[in-house]
Design a protein around this ligand. Structure first.
Ligand code: GAL
Length: 827
């Protein structure tokens, strides 16, 4: 148990079954293994009688490739729930795919795997009902061997039925994650059948425990499994060959000398090859990446990765990818994580559901620790048609499958059994279900601690519910770290599982700086002092964590803006069941440190100043102030340097020392005694406004090491296009994100511009979506035009499958046109 200080070691495998079998028969080897099943589906929005039958005529249905989210296509409408993005995510949708099954598959296992389907999937093959999987965030697999017809055309049909009032945020709708087909020999490694842990790790050696569960062995076959471990250079570093038990299980312990550890700076990965033999025939072959690392959680000292104290600098992230909706696109997720890393993030909480495989694979590769979360509700509903409807029947299976799927990822270091569960209020159910879920997790994985996000105080601590998990997740309770929580949990480590919940709109500044509930503009000021009653500015959490170094760290709410939950607009709080449309068109969150397009808000830099060490300095607000009430402008600087000097039109406004010169912030939130805070994390000056240049210089040891300058902009005159990458892959899913900036004739950024920009895209790519980060607009994401929001909008282009050059043109009435090009290279 992880009470007090316990060391947990784990060598993990990121479960990527890439395997093609190596078989004696040539035609076998061409089909064996895992194949993408994403292409050439048919889709119908709405219910249809008989669509599960193979003979159903779907010729009029829309053709598309997966992953797909039908709801993101819109339109936004006040008749839908702004709490869920104001998009048509509920209703029935059908998907069908007609596909040839190779003759060589006769006698083989044929497996269909869905990485996730939103929501309430019912699946048929050739008219035969395979099963129902309600939970939209879980991976599931069907063995279809008995029902497929080798050498013939086959039809898989999927009916999805996401319900209204089933989520507190935008869930998406459709087969929004990938689908796979596996052809395997009868003797093969089962789904999630490989388990790896490292019971001992030190500098000289790591022991690697591997176990494999095989299918087909019980039929009288005996099998042998050969393990090969390769390092990053492809050198073999360990091998073993073991016989399976009669039940088809093998276990081995391999030794890796001088292991290259996985950590957040150097996420070293290994590859495990598993080959299954019956006699001297290879019947299955799977490959997987893994990492070696140790994790330790101490009540008194915090979290240690490979023995090094590591503060969790975490963000909560929802699964949606902004204008792309819920579609699990690898590049979209990678970019999201890149932006978070640039802010200094070393950990992600997958609030509040199991993430995509892509997210975990990327976190393995990028060195980001992940808290994988199972549920937002148990039995007590937060919304009328939530997962509570399925909890009794499905929660054991869902949470165990979550752990089975993800247990080998080196990035995964904590399991969360729930978020702000309403059973916190019921001593009996709270304790009982928490214990039960905790036990389910431990049945599958004992190498990582469990946690749960508690937002109530002190009920779950008093009743013992919080003590049912290894780490107490405290949502929005910085004032209860230390003695208050230790009184109830003397031995249990604590993490700020959800913190701050500050709200803001990129580029919006309301003066004077004052705390308000809502603003007539349906935007929120970027001075970062506003939030719902339980929220507080980041500075409060920074202070609390400084005072309590034993707290493992924090997961701020949220890294990115997400679709739905437009707090403080449209609804009251989490207990509001119904629609949140009172402030339509506010329809997406304001909580992000970056907006829905990934453009940093000022808060991004506040966290960066706390979480990174490469010298940086940031200045706000913009410098285009005219009109009444704007004679004196509060200027804030965020920095990780010792001091900052502010210049207006070259004239110094004086230096301020970080940590010494404080900034007064008007705040008020639950249980906070004062109506303001003196922040040592922000530097500020009151500056009489004069147009021109605003420049900050950061100093370390008296040396200027960082600077940032903004200029008062003239009238919008030009468009600037900035693609995030100049070369992408011709794989049909890679993306280029083109930042679209409005500038004046001199090229100065226009911080208030709202020009509508029209796009044309020629060559091997298509517009995937557009956006601008405005949380209060009904402009569609799937379009070839977008208004700038405070000077910026975004064009997202998806690669086709042909190499070539994508030519991009942007035009807007009264502005000079802009062009750029992106190279699409052979995949
Ligand atoms: C928390 C909740 C999150 C989100 C957040 C907004 O209470 O766990 O899902 O709703 O509030 O502040």
């Amino acid at each position: 148990m992880l009470k007090n200080s316990v060391t947990v070691t784990s060598l993990c495998l990121s479960l990527l079954i890439l395997g093609g079998g190596v078989l004696s028969a040539a035609e076998d080897s061409s089909i064996l293994g895992r194949h993408s099943f994403n292409e050439a589906w048919k889709f119908h929005n709405g219910d249809v009688d008989g669509a599960e039958m193979a003979s159903h005529d779907d010729s009029e249905w829309r053709s598309l490739d997966l992953p797909h989210d039908w709801a993101i296509e819109g339109p936004f409408d006040v008749k839908y729930n702004a709490r869920c993005g104001g998009l048509p995510f509920h209703g029935t949708g059908w998907y069908r795919k007609t596909f040839d099954v190779p003759t060589a598959s006769a006698g083989k296992k044929v497996l269909l795997t869905f990485d996730g389907a939103m929501y309430n999937a019912h699946v048929w093959i050739n008219g035969h009902f395979l099963g129902n999987r309600p939970f939209g965030y879980i991976e599931f697999q069907y063995d279809v061997s008995e029902y497929v017809k080798p050498g013939e055309s086959n039809v898989v049909a999927v009916k999805l039925a996401p319900e209204d009032l089933s989520s507190r945020w935008y869930p998406g709708a459709g087969i929004y994650r990938s689908v796979w087909i596996d052809y395997r020999n009868p003797v093969h490694v089962t789904h999630w059948g490989t388990v790896i842990t490292t019971p001992e790790v030190d500098q000289d050696e790591a022991s690697v425990s591997v176990s494999t569960t095989l299918d087909g062995v019980a039929d009288g076959n005996t099998a042998t499994v050969q393990y090969t471990v390769l390092n990053q250079d492809g050198d073999v570093v360990a091998t073993d060959k073991v016989k399976s038990s009669a039940a088809g299980v093998t276990a081995a312990k391999l030794q890796v000398a001088k292991p290259q550890l996985w950590d957040t700076e150097e996420p070293n990965l290994y590859t495990l090859q598993t080959k299954v033999f019956v006699g001297d025939q290879v019947t299955d072959s799977v490959e997987a990446r893994f990492g070696i690392r140790t994790i330790e959680f101490s009540k008194d000292k915090g979290f240690f990765l490979n023995g090094t104290h590591t503060r969790i600098q975490g963000v909560c992230l929802h699964h949606d990818n902004g204008p792309l909706g819920a579609i699990a696109n690898r590049r979209a997720i990678q970019r999201k994580l890149e932006i978070m890393k640039a802010m200094g993030v070393n950990s992600v909480r997958t609030s509040h559901n199991p993430p995509s495989n892509e997210l975990l694979e990327l976190c393995d590769e990028m060195g980001i620790l992940v808290q994988v979360e199972a549920f937002d509700v148990w039995k007590k509903p937060k919304v009328e048609n939530g997962y509570n409807k399925y909890f009794e029947e499905w929660s054991e299976r869902d949470i165990k499958d979550m752990v089975r799927r993800d247990r080998n990822h080196p990035s995964v270091f904590m399991w969360s059994i729930g978020n702000e569960i309403l059973e916190q209020h019921s001593a009996k159910d709270g304790n009982r279900i928490a214990k039960q879920l905790n036990d389910y997790v431990k049945e599958i994985d004992t190498t990582r601690p469990t946690t749960c996000g508690f937002n109530w105080w002190p009920m779950p601590y008093k009743t013992g519910m919080a003590g049912q998990v290894d780490i107490a997740g405290m949502n929005y309770k910085p004032l209860s770290y230390g003695d208050p929580v230790n009184e109830y949990l003397p031995d249990t480590p604590v993490v700020g599982s959800e913190t701050s919940s500050c709200t803001s709109s990129r580029g919006v500044y309301h003066l004077p700086i004052e705390k308000y509930q809502t603003h007539p503009s349906k935007q929120v000021t970027s001075y970062d002092i506003i939030g719902p009653p339980w929220a507080y500015p980041p500075d409060i959490e920074f202070d609390a964590l400084e005072e309590h170094p034993e707290v493992l760290g924090e997961y701020m709410w949220t890294g990115f803006d997400y679709l739905g939950e437009p707090t403080p607009y449209g609804g009251k709080d989490n207990s509001t069941n119904g629609y949140w449309n009172a402030d339509w068109p506010s329809r997406s969150s304001y909580f992000g440190a970056v907006d829905l397009c990934g453009f940093p808000k000022d808060r991004f830099y506040l966290y960066q100043s706390q979480w990174t060490s490469d010298p940086m300095v940031h200045v706000l607000p913009h410098w285009n102030w005219e009109g009444e009430g704007h004679d004196v402008i509060p200027v804030f600087a965020y920095t990780n340097c010792d001091e900052v000097e502010l210049f207006v039109n070259g004239e110094s406004q004086g230096r301020k020392v970080k940590g010494k010169d404080l900034t007064k912030l008007p705040i008020k939130f639950n249980n906070y005694e004062s109506d303001h805070m003196l922040s040592k994390y922000r530097l500020s000056w009151d500056v009489p406004y004069q147009p021109g240049s605003l420049r900050v210089v950061g100093y370390v040891d008296g040396q200027a090491v960082a600077e940032k300058e903004i200029q008062t902009a003239g009238e919008p005159a030009k468009i600037e296009l900035v693609p995030d990458r100049k070369t992408i892959n011709a794989d049909g899913s890679d993306l280029v994100y083109v930042t679209v900036k409005i500038t004046d004739a001199e090229g100065n950024f226009c911080p208030l511009a709202s020009n509508e920009v029209h796009f044309t895209v020629d060559g091997p790519g298509t517009i995937a979506a557009v956006g601008n980060g405005n949380a209060a607009t009904t402009a569609p994401f799937i379009a070839d035009k977008r208004e700038a929001f405070n000077g910026l909008c975004m064009l997202i282009i998806k690669a086709g499958k042909q190499p070539g050059e994508i030519a991009i043109q942007a035009s807007s009435e009264g502005l000079a046109k802009a062009t750029t090009a992106v190279n699409v290279k052979k995949h």
